[in-house]
Design a protein around this ligand. Sequence first.
Ligand code: ALG
Ligand code: ZN
Ligand code: ZN
Length: 345
Amino acid sequence: MEPERIVETTADGQKRVGPVNAALTPRWVGPATFARLPRTDQVDHTDIAVVGIPFDSGVSYRSGARFGPNHVRESSRLLRPYNPAQNHSPFARLQVADAGDLVGNPFDIKDAISAIETGALELMGSDTKIVAIGGDHTIALPLMRAAHSRHGKIALLHFDAHLDTWDTYFGAEFTHGTPFRRAFEEGIIDTDAVMHVGTRGPLYGTKDLEDDSSFGFEIVSSADVMRSGVDAVVQALRERVGDRPLYVSLDIDVLDPAHAPGTGTPEAGGMTSREVLEILRGLRGLDVVACDVVEVAPAYDHAEITGIAAAHVVYELITLISLGPDAAPDGPAYGISGARYGEGE
Ligand SMILES: N=C(N)NCCCC(=O)O
Ligand SMILES: [Zn+2]
Ligand SMILES: [Zn+2]
């Protein structure tokens, strides 16, 4: 039996089919889609498609991110439709739906990358925005290629413990440690508008940083976030991106292993989920054209800690896209009893 959903009507009279109504059907009932949203085949059009990409043949250490998409879907059952931090109901403004998974050949990385690029382009159609759940970080390359075909050179905010601008592993060019070097070489990214956020941990040598900087990347390290604070970081990111079409790629290992144990290449000294969520909220009004959340490896997760963090990150990204480029840069006032609650939209 089809459960009852929350259905909203936009100011101009369009119907938005939302999550299964948790007051009528308990949250744990039924198959998991992201945030209990409808599938794309249950709605007549999709503005924002949440799509799983269960591919992890590009990893250099622990494997298992192939199980990430369904884990994040399961961990997203408790999300609610109103986002008070942005005073916005993302599922009521645009039609958000779960597009299921894109399939890539697990034994042929190049073939998988090209299938993911084709699938992403198809999904983007004329104007659908993609929020992808990985999968390992290899999948960012085909997604950025697709975004580039639609929008031209893209700005990139890359949240990650790692640079992922290394050259090859065991001679392989397409791995989870190399997508942003390939994106630079392919002319996909606007080198005036690329930034890593949350970088930390040991490297192979100083050349890693020299190469990375020669591709145009600036770095806000995990320690910078702690020392300068969220507001200063948000300002730096906004200045770097401007009004360019923006791709956001978020490797869940940007979080400290305490906040995201379920990942393949964990590094100590990372950001808190509170910091990452607040930085993302600070990006309101930027023109996010596509994004990914990658590297959730459920076998190493405990009590859905990582899955829940990833689900909330995806929710903030959906909110940003739903707010759109016309949203005022300042969100609601801060404070638990302040005006940000209950203002209406
Ligand atoms: N993209 C992620 N998560 N990790 C890259 C680590 C590459 C390395 O093993 O040096
Ligand atoms: Zn990483
Ligand atoms: Zn990464």
